[in-house]
Design a protein around this ligand. Sequence first.
Ligand SMILES: Nc1ncnc2c1ncn2[C@@H]1O[C@H](COP(=O)(O)OP(=O)(O)OP(=O)(O)O)[C@@H](O)[C@H]1O
Ligand SMILES: [Mg+2]
Length: 271
Amino acid sequence: MEPITSVTSTSGPRVLTIASGKGGTGKTSTTVNLGTALALIGKKTMILDADIAMANMALHLGIEKSPTTLHDVLAGTADIRDAVYELESGLKVVPCGVSLSGFEQSDPERLGKALEELTQEIEFLLIDAPAGISKDGVIPLAVSDEVLLVVNPEISSLADALKTKMVTEMVGSHVGGVVLNRASIDKTELSKREVGSILASEVIAAIPEDAEVRRSAAFKQPVVIRKKDSPAAVALRKLAADIAGETFTEPESRGKQEGFVGRFVRSIFGG
Ligand SMILES: Nc1ncnc2c1ncn2[C@@H]1O[C@H](COP(=O)(O)OP(=O)(O)OP(=O)(O)O)[C@@H](O)[C@H]1O
Ligand SMILES: [Mg+2]
């Protein structure tokens, strides 16, 4: 894993900020997996950890020992191009440091200027925003072309997302879509349609509750690589294809569709 400095593409990136309002809805998981899925379909993609107080994107990817991070960039002591790391998937990552002193020395207002240095290098830039709407949370909204709101199917999550949507519009950006994360078949929770109508925005993906998301994070690998056909990974890969304007082919769920008899016959006769 080496820092990269080369300029490879000619047009500026589409900047998507992944935000929520409420903490813990799945912003970092979505950023890491959507970014990886975009990289795996050949899109030049970068993800950036703008959660400068409580950063943990690097932990999801096993790159927590990166020598230069966004903290250094926002402290004015490093060039952002020295804080970019390229992973095996082709995904480029700007991690953030985890120390309290690094946070204290960071000036979030340097983010916009730092990103200008990157505009020639990538097609998609995904920014993982912090929870809340303090200064370090608002700047990632302001520098975006559009915001994806990651919500859970519960009222507290939607109330906070609504506030984030209002702030997004106040700072001159807009919500491009809602990602309903940790959706299950529990009838008591809010449906995709209800979430869309409460937030007055399109729900562009419903990512199911899936233990493989947590397991993959524990293994420091994106679920779209480690268990690419698990329910959440499939939904995330489909979202990536939709965002990139490409067709997504569902994986064959042979075991699910054919039932017990089919599986039994196949286990005997092969196929
Ligand atoms: N679809 C899912 N199914 C199961 N677990 C999930 C799913 N999405 C996220 N999680 C788990 O929920 C927890 C919170 O996720 P994550 O860290 O991505 O949220 P966050 O919004 O970035 O949190 P924070 O606001 O603290 O930055 C993690 O343990 C993660 O593994
Ligand atoms: Mg996070």
